[in-house]
Design a protein around this ligand. Structure first.
Ligand code: CAA
Length: 464
């Protein structure tokens, strides 16, 4: 049975921090943010917003757009790494908010859990719900998977430039208008790692930045190796002599903690795929240097990062490689459109990959590309660490949905924060009532209980 994404909605908070202002305040070269990391603006939550509000707002949008009543939703899954309760799942908060609009107990029949595995959990949630549909258990109901996060790092830390916030809600069914997932090829890799984690009670993560970058690349490559095996075994793609699987994937969406991580990941995967093919000779001729090899090719991530000579040469090689004609063509046609939204919004952790997918649909459609039948590959990564690779095919009805996508309109009008306002928000110096913007047709927090018997109870309202 087919199963996939029927529609998709995003909710992005309207406060933002401008990367150039931020760079100036932190004494950084704005070029590092703009060109080095690919960051233009970072969406920031107001005092009366949390990841549950973001998720509920995205769910409401997709339900209202499709005129869906709760009886049509059989599963509501929330994937997040910004959880604020160790026990009560974020789903219950989201359902509580949605029932303020649709009526008390209207979601009573609906199942679902909160999923956690850093940024990859949304992909596991999609996969599990796709299989719920494939198993014939959906009884003509949709699964609603919402990925929602607030990416927040310590003030002054290297990760502070890679913040952002937002949610993406995806409606799944067995007659998807947007994308049907390829069966039996979803591939994963997993390893116990400490590249990025957030111990109990801590609002911001502990991060080993360069380690996390390299681990991301390795884990995604490992999942790709498994994906290739499955694709060949199932006969989904038939490779001719000298071809790679990437030749048969029209679009690639990467997990985007910052937009240039997508570029880094694409270059890494393409190098891995091309280096054994006849075309590599032509590439090396154009690059003008051999691909560098670490002193200890079987060493650890630490040993590779400490190999300064290799790191410098590899950086130089990557720069030259990404300027080759063949690579530029691949980058422009398969990845570039997916990075536009990330540059304007920043890091959405679990939602980053799906914001990239949404971005790619809108901007490829605007270019006039016929997307029908195009294969989309998803490269999902979550610290800690696990990667997942899967793919799907864009469906003939896609234009019904994509023609109305307008990121600019959905984002705006936005309010630019001063550095002082940003730092006050970051350090939680304002109460939830001291919000900067007035809410408009959205869920917000109206009360957080502090008394012993009901500590942490959150109450929300829909502001019309
Ligand atoms: N002009 C242009 N480019 C410049 C520049 C300038 N003035 N100065 C630096 N750059 C370039 C650098 O050359 C570098 O480019 P390459 O990546 O091509 O080498 C880029 O800007 C970044 O510079 P640095 O690597 O020196 O930056 P940094 O040391 O400050 O660290 C970071 C960057 C590791 C991403 C850091 O921001 C960080 O720790 N972020 C949080 C962790 C993270 O996002 N990890 C990603 C993988 S893990 C993951 O994906 C899970 C998740 O969501 C968190």
């Amino acid at each position: 049975m087919a199963a996939g994404i029927d529609d998709i909605s995003i909710y992005i908070p309207r406060l933002y921090l401008d990367a150039a202002d931020f760079a100036k305040a932190r004494g950084l070269d704005p070029g590092k943010l703009e060109r080095g990391l690919g960051i233009g603006q970072m969406a920031i939550v107001d005092t009366n917003q949390d990841p549950a509000c973001l998720a509920a707002n995205a769910c409401l949008k997709v339900m209202q757009k499709n005129k869906l009543t709760p009886d049509k939703i059989g599963r509501l899954y929330v994937a997040t790494e910004s959880s604020f309760d160790e026990s009560k799942a974020m789903n219950s908060y989201v359902i509580g908010m949605l029932e303020q609009v649709y009526g008390k107990d209207t979601f009573g029949h609906c199942g679902g859990i909160e999923c956690k595995f850093a940024c990859v959990s949304g992909s596991y949630a999609l996969y599990d719900n796709t299989n719920w549909i494939r198993a014939g258990e959906a009884e003509d109901k949709y699964a609603l998977v919402v990925v929602s996060d607030i990416a927040k790092y310590d003030l002054g830390s290297s990760g502070e430039v890679t913040q952002g916030a937002g949610a993406v809600a995806m409606l799944l069914n067995n007659t998807p208008r947007l994308l049907s997932f390829d069966p039996k090829v979803t591939s994963t890799s997993i390893k116990n790692e400490y590249d990025f984690y957030r111990p109990f009670g801590k609002e911001t993560p502990i991060v080993h930045g360069q380690y996390s970058n390299l681990l991301y690349l390795i884990q995604v490559k490992n999942a790709l190796i498994d994906y290739k095996k499955k694709v060949k075994e199932t006969g989904l793609i038939k490779l001719k002599e000298g071809e790679t699987i990437l030749d048969h994937v029209d679009y690639l969406n990467m997990h985007l903690p910052y937009s240039n991580m997508g570029k880094k990941a694409l270059a890494y995967l393409v190098r891995h795929e091309w280096r054994t093919l006849p075309r590599w000779k032509e590439i090396i001729d154009e690059v003008g240097m051999e691909e560098p090899i670490p002193k200890d090719p079987r060493g650890t991530i630490e040993s590779v990062l400490e190999d300064a000579d290799f790191m410098a040469k590899d950086h130089q090689f990557t720069k030259l490689f990404t300027n080759t004609e063949k690579y530029v063509e691949l980058y422009e046609s398969k990845l570039a459109s997916s990075l536009i939204a990330s540059k304007m919004i920043g890091n959405l952790y679990t939602a980053s990959l799906y914001l990239g997918f949404r971005s790619s649909l809108e901007f490829e459609y605007q270019k006039g590309v016929d997307l029908n039948g195009k294969r989309v590959g998803f490269c999902s990564y979550g610290s800690g660490a696990s990667a997942m690779i899967f793919s799907g095919v864009i469906q003939p009805e896609y234009a019904q949905i994509v023609k109305d996508m307008n990121l600019e309109e959905e984002l705006g009008p936005r309010t630019k924060l001063s550095l002082d306002e940003y730092e006050e928000l970051h350090e939680n110096k304002r109460t939830h009532e001291e919000n900067i913007r007035s809410a408009n047709k959205e869920f917000v927090i109206v009360d957080v209980k502090t008394s012993n018997e009901s500590k942490g109870e959150r109450h929300y309202a829909f502001v019309d």
